[in-house]
Design a protein around this ligand. Structure first.
Ligand SMILES: [Zn+2]
Ligand SMILES: [Zn+2]
Length: 688
């Protein structure tokens, strides 16, 4: 009797499969192992999904596998099942889910031999440990919970098996302390904890908190960190520690949801509303949503924490599907920061600042407190412009304006934020020759420059994607903010999330209105979340925290809810609107985005796919339950010479939508092949 003679393998190729292989008698391959297989002219590493009775195509066409990797124990069944679920839900080949989840060293023929070179996370954690001790705030070592926190911890610990918990805690209410108490309980029971955080920049802060608290419980090797900013060796080492069950705490960004946990006891998703949990390329998954499925699969609790939960989660909590726990009070200070609206309609701004805002910054400086100036627009000026003929700096490859950037050592350049195009700044108007080109608007660079000039005695720094491009530079900048060295911090959304700046008293928001009139139905929800987040940086440890939001529309509901710190009313009113307009969470959506040389080609393809619903007999049963919108060009129609359009599909029922996709997408694929068009499918899209 021969066993394991035929196997089905997951491969990271853009083909549906299945890929069946023969195991030669000299080898043995079992489910969950990595194998090396011939594929066309290449050799690829795949994962054994199952052993099969017979291959799905003629035996003489089935090739032999070349090698079995036994450097790691096989990936567990639940991990394979998790990948299969994600593949079916997002309608992608399973190999595109499973293999990219692993470090590349495990996907390359012959590069991992079961030995790890010194220098991976251990050395890195050693460095972190020293920093952690240096930064550990002394009064934090008491770890005493207030009443609300204790009730939240008790409620989660009382859960047996699977339950989704929505921990709604105002900014500064000490959600982290709740997480840490829960984690300790799980660790002492010998189980693993998976912590998801939205930003790479937040992992050091969590890592420090976890190390300070748990190093003696789990040891230095007991914490594995997974995010895309890791060096390959670091990622491999973390993965191996998880797969071997040595890592007891797994901390990471969205990719960590695919960690091959061995004995998970709890999953925590911090800032669950954050858009970073959504992968925007390849497999377009939501790590938050997958975390709930994973917890259900493993029969363990999952805690979703946020000050401004997504309306999806809020609705689930409202109807009792999630357990809602509330932290309404701040842990370290008595008060929430006072949020005030500065009406900019009637006043003259000085370089984008209302006089009252500049005055407030000056006062904080004199009191030795920090101020944060929040502006979600990087670069120096968003566009340059000719006043005599109306010329604007436009990207030659995209339908957007290029942004003026000051590059230290390189002078000024025009940069496209969509395709990465760089161009010189013209000395005169390319259309009319006018030499007086003007800058319109301001970005973080220009604001930083102005504040340096206005407050020469202050230390002004900027944190955005440009100032933190070099590896480790973000961390250094944040350390300088934490140490109190920086007086005025100018930043984009990078500074809004999670950071616990101890000396920060004032937050000023400059261009909030930019998001008010977006066509995206989630824009008010995102604006509320973003402003609540950035406001929450003020006065976490000092009394008298204040937030000044410059706006020309102070009467807008989102601002009125913000100044009252009233997320509940805002969320419930928004949900009422969504219900009336049949938008998520009251419907479920799928987006098909097509890319072509011309927008007409993209539209033509989408129109054809849309017509299938009425013309194909096998889809007729879905007509009543599926709503397809008209295809539309994207707001930014052209990026890097490619024009884009999209088609939105909607249903009140998730199972019906999934069943429809199962029938419809293969037909879409055929049309796509015929049109030779690039398109992607996004289930539960976040941006429309
Ligand atoms: Zn001109
Ligand atoms: Zn461009």
């Amino acid at each position: 009797m021969k066993h394991n003679q035929w196997i089905r393998v997951a491969l990271d190729v853009p083909l549906a499969g299945p890929f069946d292989y023969r195991v030669p008698e000299s080898l043995q391959a079992i489910k969950g192992q990595r194998v090396l297989v011939p594929f066309g002219r290449r050799e690829l590493v795949g994962i054994v999904l199952e052993t099969i009775e017979s291959p799905s195509y003629p035996e003489d066409q089935v090739k032999d596998i070349l090698m079995v990797f036994d450097d790691l124990s096989p990936l567990p069944q639940d991990w394979l099942d998790f990948g299969l679920f994600a593949a079916s839900y997002y309608h992608r080949p399973v190999g595109e889910v499973l293999l990219p989840a692993m470090p590349s060293a495990l996907r390359k023929p012959g590069s991992y031999t079961g030995k790890l070179s010194k220098g991976g996370p251990v050395a890195r954690l050693d460095r972190r440990k020293k920093t952690a001790i240096a930064l550990a705030p002394p009064e934090d070592n008491t770890h005493v919970l207030n009443e609300e926190q204790q009730e939240a911890v008790d409620a989660v610990l009382a859960i047996k098996g699977f339950k989704t918990v929505l921990l709604h805690g105002v900014t500064g209410s000490g959600k982290t302390e709740v997480y840490l108490h829960l984690a300790l309980d799980v660790l002492t029971k010998g189980k693993q904890v998976l912590f998801l955080v939205p930003e790479i920049n937040l992992t050091p802060q969590f890592e420090q908190a976890l190390l300070a608290r748990f190093q003696q419980v789990v040891g230095l090797d007991g914490i594995a960190v997974l995010h895309s900013g890791l060096a390959e060796g670091e990622r491999l080492k973390a993965w191996v520690a998880i797969q071997r069950g040595q890592a007891r705490i797994v901390l990471g960004t969205r990719m960590a949801i695919f960690a091959p946990l061995q004995q998970a006891g709890l999953i925590i998703v911090d800032e669950e509303h954050d858009a970073s949990y959504k992968q925007q390329e390849g497999l377009r998954y939501s790590a938050r949503d997958l975390a709930i499925w994973r917890a259900h699969q493993l029969d363990i609790p999952v805690v979703l924490g946020s000050a401004t939960p997504s309306l999806e989660s809020w609705q689930h909590a409202n109807v009792g599907r999630y357990l809602k726990l509330t932290l309404a009070k701040r842990a370290k200070t008595t008060y929430m920061p006072a949020i005030k609206l500065v009406d900019t309609k009637q006043i003259k701004l000085e370089q984008g600042f209302a006089p009252v805002v500049l005055h407030a910054i000056r006062e904080r400086l004199e009191r030795g407190e920090q101020s944060l100036v929040f502006l979600n627009r990087r670069g120096y000026a968003p566009v340059i412009h000719c006043a005599s003929c109306g010329w604007m700096s436009q990207c030659p490859r995209c339908s957007v304006y290029t942004v003026l950037h000051r590059m230290p050592g390189h002078g000024n350049v025009l940069q496209c934020h969509h395709c990465g195009y760089y161009g010189r700044v013209p000395v005169k108007c390319p259309d009319c020759g006018n030499q007086d080109l003007e800058m319109l608007g301001r970005g973080t660079q220009r604001v930083e420059e102005y504040l340096q000039a206005a407050f020469p005695q202050a230390c002004v720094e900027r944190i955005d994607a440009d100032s933190t491009r070099l590896k480790g530079s973000a961390r250094k900048l944040f350390d300088r903010v934490h140490s109190g060295e920086i007086d005025i911090l100018v930043g984009t959304q990078m500074v809004a999330k999670g950071h616990d700046f101890r000396k920060l008293g004032l937050v000023c928001v400059l261009n909030a209105d930019a998001m008010l009139f977006s066509s995206d139905f989630r824009a008010p929800e995102k604006l509320f979340a973003q402003l609540a987040q950035v406001s929450g940086r003020a006065g976490r440890h000092v009394a008298g925290g204040e937030v000044l939001i410059q706006t020309a529309y102070p009467e807008q509901a989102v601002y009125q809810a913000l100044i009252r710190h009233d997320y509940d009313t805002f969320a419930n009113a928004s949900l009422e609107e969504r219900k009336i307009t049949h938008l998520p969470p009251f419907s479920h959506q799928v987006l098909i985005s097509a890319q072509a040389k011309t927008v007409n080609q993209a539209m033509q393809f989408l129109l054809e796919t849309r017509q299938l619903l009425a013309s194909q007999p096998q889809l007729s049963g879905f007509q009543a339950a599926i709503n397809m919108y008209d295809p539309v060009p994207l707001r930014i129609v052209r990026v890097a010479h490619v024009e884009r359009a999209q088609l939105l599909v909607e249903s009140a029922s998730r199972p019906v939508l999934q069943a429809f996709l199962g029938h419809w997408l293969p037909l879409v694929q055929e049309i796509g092949k015929r049109h030779r068009i690039r398109y992607f499918t996004e289930v539960d899209p976040l941006e429309i």
